[in-house]
Design a binder for this molecule. Sequence first.
Ligand SMILES: NC(=O)c1ccc[n+]([C@@H]2O[C@H](COP(=O)([O-])OP(=O)(O)OC[C@H]3O[C@@H](n4cnc5c(N)ncnc54)[C@H](OP(=O)(O)O)[C@@H]3O)[C@@H](O)[C@H]2O)c1
Length: 261
Amino acid sequence: MDYSGKIVVITGASSGIGKESALEFAKLRASVVLVSRNKDKLDEVAEELSKYQTKVLVCVCDVSKKDQVNQLSNQVLEKFGTVDILVNNAGFGIYGNFDTLKVEDVESQMATNYLGMVYCTKAFLPKMLQQKSGHIVNVASVAASFGIPAMAGYCASKFAMLGFSESLYHELKGSGVGVTVVSPIMVRTNFFEHGSFNKMPRYTTALSPVTVARAVVRASSSPRLEIVTPQIVRIAIWFKQTLPYLINPIVGKIFRRSKTN
Ligand SMILES: NC(=O)c1ccc[n+]([C@@H]2O[C@H](COP(=O)([O-])OP(=O)(O)OC[C@H]3O[C@@H](n4cnc5c(N)ncnc54)[C@H](OP(=O)(O)O)[C@@H]3O)[C@@H](O)[C@H]2O)c1
């Protein structure tokens, strides 16, 4: 696909997977809209992108706030007149057994990870449908397929994202607009800087955010519903879905054993 001049909106672009995705799209000469709540960090990313000959727009927006997302889409459509790719990537996780979490912890993860994606999709999809082209990339997780102990709120938000995307995928068939979910395993980003993760053991098998960013670019022109990164993990998902009574106890045992609290 020729990305030159395409308008790519990336939420959660100030860090990690979102930031690396912005760099990958800019290398392909796409124009990039950087979205997050932190203007200083976004300006730093914009500065890094300035070496590529492409247009960059910084938009401060909390995706969990519907009004801010509507302002975002107005700003993007006013400036560029169109949108080609929307990467719903903004998200965070809180680690802890459900009985120790506040209900607000579950609500806030759902508000950003799931509803943020819904608001952005609602705001940009009409333009894509009108122009009969576009692609929505939703960054979920393998936590969209496995209920991981101490991550109930996070897993719920990612299961919701995958279910929403699957419905939308069927609805959009033939419209010229695609939707693809990118589901990585653990990635080395600021995600784990949230204080609650102090209690979680660090794994050695984490991916680089660049690897996931490249999957995001692939996803933006893919006819598939879901791209699992690395691909081999799809086998584990297949086993879990096909033989849940056998696999679920094993998964539970592995994750419970690795928990420190
Ligand atoms: N790291 C992993 O192991 C892993 C694995 C699978 C999936 N994921 C998913 O990948 C996505 C990106 O995470 P990451 O690993 O790159 O973590 P990260 O480095 O912490 O980046 C998270 C990004 O989301 C933004 N963000 C958070 N809340 C927001 C809100 N309400 N409105 C707008 N932006 C918001 C943050 O920006 P500001 O703070 O500047 O607003 C930041 O740019 C998330 O959806 C995460 O669930 C991560």
